[in-house]
Design a protein around this ligand. Structure first.
Ligand SMILES: *[C@@H]1O[C@H](CO)[C@@H](O)[C@H](O)[C@H]1NC(C)=O
Length: 326
């Protein structure tokens, strides 16, 4: 009899205890529920832990904190505070610095309102950064002389870029290049002048994870001289134009229509050209026998004729210019 009473008393006590625990739990959960919808968004090796914002009433600011376990912490069953995730107001935080090896990571989040704490919610399944999503690299291709410069913006750390270059129409002879992310620029030199080359690239992580490939970008090689040829041509053109303009101004200033009659008057060839003449060279008596008097006959002299012709065309140009201006 006594034994039975003791037994039922014990059972009652247990029941009361259980009810109190349930009540306490209920009170707690009403106060601040644990975050839900915890997920990881890892793009190009940047890892952001996210959760759904709590719809709980909080007089002060509703803040969140996250912790993580790497391989070592899992073995010792400890948790570390995620560096950028302590008492943050947003429903996400950056855990890139915390996840610094290729092992599996456990992560958990809890909410806080004043001194009230929620329970932890753990990310499931665990996160491994090898599951990051690689985006198509941002590539730009420029031609410098007979070389291609292929540049990339914001490549994921520790990744490599696989670049393929081919001459248009010879895709089967495409040449693959491999460049570490920190190099940022790939130079492909000594390409065929006048030919068109195409470039395509994709990001590779751990020789295992591949981004989609960029579209092919094609450029023409203008040649090694192009770099200086163009500015030189421009400079020359400018100089020639300036000289022409100066010539025009000079003719306008020095050659008003009335005053120009004399200028345009064509002088007859000098008399000396019509006549024969002798040139006597004065020499010392010793040298006398070495030199003979020279006889020059000027008549139809080719040089003279050419000069005369040039004079005429120059004159015509000047007249044209004056006509144009007046
Ligand atoms: C996250 O942190 C890493 C490392 O500190 C940084 O490189 C990256 O830009 C950050 N990303 C965002 C989205 O804040």
């Amino acid at each position: 009899m006594r034994l039975r009473q003791d037994g039922s008393l014990l059972a009652m006590k247990r029941r009361v205890m259980m009810m109190m625990m349930i009540l306490l739990d209920f009170a707690n959960s009403v106060a601040l529920p644990a975050p839900i919808g915890v997920s990881m968004r890892s793009v190009d090796m940047t890892h952001v832990l996210r959760w759904r914002p709590l719809q709980a009433a909080c007089d002060t600011a509703l803040l969140y904190s996250a912790q993580f376990q790497g391989e070592f912490e899992q073995d010792s069953n400890t948790w570390l505070d995620a560096l950028e995730c302590q008492l943050v107001p947003d429903a996400h935080c950056n855990v890139t610095e915390d996840v610094n090896s290729d092992s599996d990571y456990n992560l958990r989040v809890r909410a806080q309102c004043g001194s009230l704490l929620s329970a932890w919610t753990e990310l499931s399944p665990a996160f491994n950064r090898r599951d990051t999503v690689l985006t198509v690299p941002k590539m730009s291709v420029t031609v410098v002389g007979d070389a291609l410069h292929v540049t990339f913006a914001e490549l994921p750390r520790t990744s490599i870029v696989s670049v393929t270059v081919w001459k248009r129409g010879a895709e089967l002879q495409a040449v693959p290049y491999s460049m570490p992310a920190e190099q940022a620029v790939l130079h492909v030199a000594a390409l065929q002048e006048g030919a068109e080359y195409c470039v395509r690239a994709q990001t590779v992580l751990n020789a295992r994870l591949y981004s989609r490939s960029t579209d092919a970008e094609c450029v023409s090689i203008t040649g090694p001289d192009a770099a200086w040829k163009q500015p030189t041509a421009v400079t020359l053109t400018v100089v020639v134009m300036a000289m022409l303009l100066l010539a025009v101004f000079w003719s306008v200033l020095n050659c008003r229509p009335g005053a120009c009659q004399d200028f345009f008057h064509k002088e007859p060839p000098p008399r000396s050209l019509d006549t024969d003449w002798d040139i006597e060279v004065q020499v010392s008596p010793e040298e006398a026998e070495l030199y003979e008097p020279i006889h020059v006959s000027p008549a139809p002299n080719a040089d003279e004729l050419r000069m005369q012709k040039a004079d005429e065309s120059e004159l015509k140009l000047t007249v044209d210019l004056v006509d144009m201006i007046s």
